[in-house]
Design a protein around this ligand. Structure first.
Ligand code: PLP
Length: 425
């Protein structure tokens, strides 16, 4: 059976070039980057070259790049490394659990957190961040792109607000990296972290930009690796793989890949929205027909309009008034009336299409997505929402296959669904 993977926001496969770049560092060049002999120096040089690539990717100095184990560690580092008892922390209610759970833990240490809610379309209003500030606010953390809706947040505006308030600013760029250009200077952030496995690199490795002079305490202590900012023997093959993935991502951002991907996503979205009782979460308000969005901003959708000089985050008001919000090119999150999202995920999987649902398993119970709930969806609609996130290697044939399979599965489930029959609890 054909398999179409549309869950790129969960993880991505390695690109072949990434595997090739990593290959020598498992066996031939296996040295410890801290050793002074030739084997160690070969590994050290590979890490240095990778650091230079990441510095280009972030637009920062080499010395501002710290390698780590991925997105969760980067998010935890920002919070545990900067906040102290008595500090106030501002973040949003749509962050990844790596931020939310860390904030929860800090409450026990006397750090109070304000969780700013998004608008109905999934955007964080910079004015709401500003209103949440207090004299003792030490850190603001806002994600670049939401993992569930793909909505891009106005980080540049928030960076200016942080600077004016004298607060540190952290960006979780795990879902934005490789999908939109990163520029830590333009964003005005002190910290920004990424994860290799979300951008066609290996799992268990990532990096965090730490602006020079930021008083960040190391989360992991031990040796003096990474200029004492992250102890532990460097994962040399992983770091080399991350750098290769970043290099390829920089090409993809310039060679039209994102426009192509946005067109495929738009085709998929329009095809699914042709079904009755469906709508997009986080693109335009529910019930709004997609053609209305296209008429306003042009067909290539969020990415191209965001990077062609057309309205960007500083035109938030206009987006809101036209029901248009910027999204990464590969993601759409769609609700389906009268069915259970989880049942649809399973039905699609059985037909070869891998997607994610709008709920997550927490301690054995299926809870509706905190992101969709924060956007104001009710539990039933949040549970009946699916995320389609395309790989950058997706083809038109993949989309056509999904468009063949999704309507059949939706119709079938609606026919047998207790939700549709009104008998669900
Ligand atoms: N932040 C965001 C926005 C994510 O989507 C994820 C993973 O889904 C993470 C952080 C955690 O990254 P990792 O899987 O590398 O720990």
């Amino acid at each position: 059976m054909k398999r179409v993977y549309m869950d790129a926001n969960a993880t991505t496969p390695l690109l072949p070039e990434v595997l090739e770049a990593m290959r020598p560092y498992w066996m031939e060049c296996f040295g410890n980057a801290s050793s002074i002999h030739l084997d160690g120096q070969q590994a050290h040089s590979a890490v240095d070259r990778a650091r230079a690539t990441l510095a280009e990717f972030f637009n920062c100095h080499d010395a501002e790049v710290v390698f780590n184990s991925g997105g969760t560690e980067g998010d935890n580092t920002a919070i545990f490394g900067l906040l102290r008892p008595g500090d106030h922390f501002v973040t949003t209610s749509i962050e990844h659990s790596a931020i939310l759970a860390a904030a929860e833990r800090m409450a026990a240490f006397g750090v109070e957190t304000t969780f700013v809610a998004p608008t109905a379309s999934g955007l964080i209003d910079p004015a709401a961040i500003e209103r949440a500030l207090r004299p003792e606010t030490r850190l603001i953390s806002v994600m670049l792109a939401n993992n569930e809706t793909g909505v891009l947040q106005p980080v540049e505006e928030i960076g200016k607000i942080a600077a004016a308030a004298g607060a540190f600013f952290h960006i979780d760029a795990v879902q934005g990296a490789g999908k939109v250009p990163l520029d830590v200077r333009r964003f005005g952030c002190h910290l920004l972290n990424i994860s290799a496995h979300k951008m066609y690199g290996p799992k268990g490795v990532g990096a965090i930009f730490v602006r020079r002079g930021t008083p960040l305490e190391s989360l992991i202590v031990g040796g003096s690796h990474e200029r004492r900012r992250r102890a532990g023997t460097e994962n040399v093959p992983g770091i080399v793989g991350l750098a290769k993935a970043a290099e390829l991502a920089m090409h993809s951002l310039e060679d039209g890949t994102m426009d192509r991907l946005a067109r495929l996503r738009d085709r998929l979205e329009a095809g699914i929205l042709a079904l009755p009782g469906t709508g997009v979460n986080g693109a335009h308000s529910s019930g709004c027909h997609p053609e209305r969005v296209q008429r306003v901003e042009g067909p290539a959708s969020s990415f191209s309009s965001n990077h062609s000089g057309a309205p960007g985050p500083s035109h938030l008001g206009r987006w809101e008034s036209t029901n248009f919000v910027p999204r990464v090119a590969n993601t759409t999150n769609i609700w389906f009336d009268n069915l259970e999202g989880e049942a649809l995920v399973i039905a699609l999987d059985l037909k070869g299409v891998a997607v994610s649902g709008g709920s997550a398993c927490h301690s054995g119970a299926t809870e509706p997505s905190h992101v969709l709930m924060a956007m104001g969806l009710d539990k039933t609609r949040a549970r009946a929402s699916l995320r389609f996130s395309l790989l950058k290697t997706a083809t038109a044939a993949d989309v056509e296959y999904a468009l063949q399979v999704v309507p059949e599965a939706v119709e079938h489930l609606r026919m047998i669904s207790p939700v549709a029959a009104g008998t669900a609890g």
